[in-house]
Each structure stands twice: as structure tokens, then as C-alpha cells.
Design a protein around this ligand. Structure first.
Ligand SMILES: [Zn+2]
Length: 509
């Protein structure tokens, strides 16, 4: 007997997280899964953007924190009416032969051809029937001729609205729209006009997934001179609550060695972040010169400010939702989520038990960017695994000799690692920059801004148009909503130029 479906229960997406919780981090807020290459971390000291971690935002729907007079635009709440509205379903679109005939009479290009034809001049591209000028189309391969009306300039916009913008036409892409129009009409430079019409379609710009790479070439980077000089810190999660009550992982990565320190915690508060940073990092490895984090409230707060100021650490913030900026941590996250998933139980409630093992495996494996194991680079010696055989003879060297030896070998491997990082970056940059526009905007340019958080499936992907108000550094801009004081700081990859809709008559001529 076949099993029967008795009832189908709807499980909201929020609860239905068993399947994807380990990998959720990887695609949060990103439509284009643009893989950022290894060793490409960049940050901008002056970028103090309003943001909170992607993960946290998604889970808690926490409002973004405004700083001073900055108000965040990057949420889909500010949906405003499209400036170029589509014709309502009730608007009759008149493209009847009568209308075309009438409009053709006012089009000088058409009347010229009609005159030639009626004067008896031979022209096998056109025919004049029922007082309408038709373009003759030869079907490929078959040699059969079909005829479609030559659409006068005055009706081109109407036709494109009908076959792209109209609710029945569904805002489809260039090829589909062009094919539909081509089956019925013809005009010079038709494809170009369709392309331009769609590029300048406000609805498409707001909703469509971008098929091209995000703008902005990779910035050139210089690796730091020493290990534990620049460190990155980020919260990862939330994960399924473990048996010990943990839901988040705080991850700290050293920029040069890629050495990772990670701890599981039940929350992602400012106090947890501060305690971790002091106890697990500063008290063990000393104060770094620079700490890079996102600008979430757990990192950007009075407590962290006190710690960094009293220990003389520069605290730099990454641009909102621009993962490349904090790429060190992001890269480890991608690796360790997959690793943890392999070890933990079916309920995924013991992931924190294996966290330190996974971190250790990462720290002692060769890192593709530096060419060294993070541990080796960080501590100047090889990691002795519990599985390594012990040396039969123990030779004790004098402490001063050993110190000299350690200094010398450290210098050698750090130089080699820096060279590897530079080389990797060069290769990555070449790959990353290929087929990618390095767009720069001028003050006053109009742009759409990518929605990076809290976006529901049917919400717009891009908001705007906004105006470029100020340029900060190479790739960051302050954009503002026209007519208001609302501004936000965005990386160039989060912006998309507003294409003006040209007069099609100019295009066709
Ligand atoms: Zn459209």
C-alpha cells in the first residue's frame, strides 16, 4: 500500500534551520556569490560606517545604530514609489494598425521610404500595404518572408512599455523582450533601444539580481611587518544552541600569520567581546597595534573604546556589509563551518565540543596565502602533534643561543610569508579585477544602493536613487537621499549607477 499524505504542515523558514544552519553564514545578504580571493583583506581607517554583523542582523532584526547625524539607508523599509511608474493594467495600450498607420504619417523616415516605394523605386526590404509600411524579414534558412510593421518613433516607447513594463509582460530581460517585439515590429537600432530601455528601467534596477561582478578593483595591500600586529575580530553565528548553551563563536585572526583564536559563547554582547579580547588575546599575546572589526554594537561601544584607548590600540571599522574588509575572519568561518559540521552529532548540539580541535587543525595546516602553517608563523616553530614521534636524544641549548636562533629563523619565515602574501595578492587582484568595472562616481551622481540586510524575498534589492555627496578614500562614498538629510557610507561594490532613460527617437536616428 502506498503511503498517503494526510496533512501538510507549514514550517516557517526561521524555524526550519536544521538543514542550512552550518552554511548560512556563507550567503547572508549576498545575492552575487562573489568569491573574494585569498589574501585580499583591506580596510579603511576612516571608514566608520553604521553597521552590525550580518549574522546578528539577520537573526535579531535589530535596527541599525545611527551615529551622530548618520541615518542608515541600507534597509528596505524606506521603499518609495518608483519615479518611472509602469502603465497600470487599466491603461489601454493602443498599437492597432489604425494607430500605427496614423503615427507613420508623422514620421519623416517612414514617409520618405513610402514615397520611394509609391514612386516605383525598387526596395526589397520594405513593402507598403493597406497604407502601412512593413519591413520584410527573411526567416533564417527557410527563405520565407514575413512582414512586420515599421514602428514610428512616436510609438517605440509605448511598444517597449507594453512588452517590458506592462504587468502582463513581467519585466523580462533584453533577449526575451526583444524577441517579443521583433515578432511584431521593426525599427532601426531596435536591439540597442531595447537594451537601453531595460538598463534604465527603475523596477528592474531595484529588483534584479546583478549578473555582472560587483564594481571596484582590489586595493593594493602591504602585509604588516610582524605577527600579532594587526588582528581581526568577528562574531560568528547564531548556531543551534549547544548542550552547554553556546550559540556564538568569537573569532580573532592575526593578519600576517592567519593564526586563529576562537571561543564559543552563549551571547554576542559587548561584555563578551571585551572579556574575550582582554583575557584570550591581550593577556596571552600582548596588545596588537590595530584591531579591525565591523561596526556592530558589540564592538563599537564605550567598553571597547576604553580597552583600546588604555592599551594604545587603534580600532578600525570595516565598511557596512563589505565582507572583503574583514576577509581574514570570513575566510576562516567558511572553512570551520564545514569542518564542524563533519564532527558534530545529528542534533548539532555538540558543535562547541569540537571547536578547539577544528581551530587547532586550521592553525597547524599550511595556509594557501602565506605558504606556512599559521602556528609556525606565529610562534616561529613547528607544532608538535601528539602523534609525532619524540626525538630519542634531547639536546639542551643555552637560552641566549636559542633566542638568537629563534629571532633569525622568525625573520626568515616572516619575510617569506610576506612575499607569498604579496604574490598571492597580485594573482588574486588579476583574477578579481578581470571583467570588473573600477567605477568611480562624481559628487552629484545618482546611484542605487544595495540592500544588504533584512531583505525579504520580494523586497527590492536596490534602493534609490540616492546622490553621491562625498568620496572617502578610494572606494567609499557617502550617499544621501535627495531632499532629506539621510546619509549612509557605502563601498563602491554596493552601488549601481542610475541609467537615464534617453529619448528613443534620438537613439533610432
Ligand atoms: Zn523592467
Amino acid at each position: 500500500m502506498l503511503p498517503q499524505i494526510v496533512e501538510i504542515k507549514y514550517k516557517p523558514g526561521k524555524e526550519n534551520n536544521d538543514a542550512d544552519y552550518m552554511t548560512r553564514q556563507d550567503d547572508q545578504g549576498r545575492d552575487d556569490k562573489d568569491e573574494w580571493p585569498r589574501g585580499t583583506v583591506t580596510w579603511d581607517d576612516e571608514v566608520i560606517a553604521t553597521a552590525c554583523t550580518r549574522s546578528k542582523t539577520k537573526q535579531q532584526q535589530q535596527p541599525l545604530l545611527p551615529t551622530n547625524d548618520t541615518v542608515v539607508l541600507n534597509t528596505p523599509i524606506a521603499t518609495k514609489a518608483s519615479t518611472k511608474s509602469i502603465p497600470a493594467a487599466t491603461t489601454p495600450i493602443d498599437l492597432t494598425h489604425d494607430r500605427i498607420r496614423q503615427a507613420q504619417e508623422g514620421d519623416s523616415n517612414i514617409t520618405t521610404i513610402v514615397k520611394q516605394l509609391t514612386d516605383g523605386k525598387k526596395n526589397d526590404q520594405f513593402c507598403f500595404q493597406d497604407n502601412i509600411l512593413f519591413r520584410l524579414i527573411r526567416k533564417k534558412g527557410r527563405g520565407t518572408l514575413s512582414k512586420v510593421a515599421y514602428l514610428p518613433n512616436s510609438l517605440i516607447s509605448t511598444a517597449m512599455d507594453a512588452f517590458h513594463d506592462h504587468p502582463l509582460s513581467g519585466h523580462f530581460g533584453t533577449t526575451r523582450t526583444f524577441n517579443k517585439l521583433k515578432a511584431r515590429y521593426w525599427w532601426p537600432q531596435m536591439r540597442r533601444a531595447v537594451e537601453q530601455h531595460i538598463r534604465s528601467c527603475d523596477k528592474c534596477a531595484r529588483h534584479n539580481i546583478r549578473r555582472t561582478k560587483e564594481d571596484g578593483h582590489l586595493k593594493n595591500i602591504q602585509p604588516p611587518d610582524d605577527v600579532f600586529q594587526i588582528v581581526h575580530m568577528d562574531f560568528w553565528g547564531p548556531m543551534t544552541t549547544s548542550d552547554d548553551g553556546n550559540r556564538y563563536v568569537l573569532v580573532l585572526t592575526d593578519n600576517l600569520s592567519k593564526y586563529v583564536i576562537a571561543e564559543a559563547y552563549p551571547d554576542c554582547t559587548a561584555k563578551t567581546a571585551a572579556k574575550f579580547f582582554v583575557e584570550k588575546y591581550i593577556l596571552v599575546h600582548g596588545a596588537p597595534e590595530r584591531l579591525i572589526t565591523d561596526n556592530g554594537t558589540h564592538f563599537s561601544n564605550a567598553l571597547m573604546k576604553t580597552i583600546t584607548q588604555t592599551t594604545n590600540i587603534k580600532h578600525a571599522f570595516s565598511a557596512s556589509y563589505h565582507p572583503q574588509t574583514n576577509g581574514q575572519v570570513e575566510r576562516f568561518n567558511a572553512t570551520f563551518s564545514a569542518q564542524l559540521a563533519k564532527y558534530c552529532n545529528k542534533e548539532k548540539s555538540d558543535w562547541d565540543v569540537f571547536l578547539q580541535q577544528v581551530v587547532n587543525a586550521y592553525n597547524t595546516g599550511i595556509h594557501a596565502t602565506t605558504g606556512f602553517a599559521p602556528y609556525e608563523l606565529a610562534f616561529g616553530r613547528k607544532f608538535r602533534s601528539p602523534f609525532d614521534s619524540t626525538s630519542p636524544v634531547v639536546k639542551l641549548s643555552r637560552a641566549t643561543d636559542f633566542y638568537k636562533y629563534l629571532q633569525r629563523s622568525r625573520k626568515i619565515i616572516i619575510n617569506a610569508a610576506c612575499e607569498n602574501i604579496r604574490q598571492q595578492h597580485h594573482l588574486s587582484k588579476q583574477r578579481y579585477d578581470t571583467n570588473r568595472k573600477d567605477t568611480t562616481y562624481d559628487i552629484g551622481d545618482l546611484v542605487y544602493v544595495k540592500v544588504c540586510s533584512n531583505r525579504h524575498k520580494l523586497d527590492e534589492r536596490w534602493l534609490g536613487p540616492f546622490e553621491i555627496i562625498q568620496r572617502c578614500g578610494d572606494q567609499n562614498y557617502i550617499v544621501g537621499e535627495q531632499g532629506t538629510t539621510r546619509t549612509d557610507r557605502c563601498h563602491v561594490s554596493q552601488l549601481r549607477q542610475v541609467v537615464e532613460r534617453h529619448n528613443v527617437a534620438l537613439l533610432a536616428n
